[in-house]
Design a protein. Sequence first.
Length: 182
Amino acid sequence: MANYLETDRLTLSRFTPADVELLVALDSDTEVMRFLTGQATPRDDIENVVLPEILKVYAEHPQLGTFKAEAAEGFIGWFGLQPTADAKVVDVGYRLNRAAWGKGYATEGTKALIAHAFGLGMEQVVAETMAVNHRSRAVMRRSGLRFLKLYHEHFDDPLPGTEFGEVLYGVDRATWEAGRHG
């Protein structure tokens, strides 16, 4: 498959079964995983759960999924447009290695995916994170997403900061097209 999406500095393409090592390296950094699981993802989980799920989404939703992100320095992480229970709503997200932090990649990739989602006919793009994940919340705002709600979930083994809740951001097609996204 040709590249999924390109920006000025990023190339997004589908993962393949040969990309296990890239995902293992990314998910091995506990700081990268701080607001997700708080710990490294075991290699076995990546091989038998994470990567197969990524490939399954491509098969079931050919225009959506988790995409390998490469910049001039090589692999920097991934960006995703995930299906939701509503066929006209997608969830945007990203995971970048620490070397890529602070360079504007997260905002650049997220903005491009939001525009792409509306080009695919979606009516809304949403994103979620922990309320205490201020860096991701800033990316969401810079990308044109707006705060929608704060909510609380129960976790059997909560991460530090879980008590402050989760946040949902989003933007609908009309707002995006009206140019109020940035």
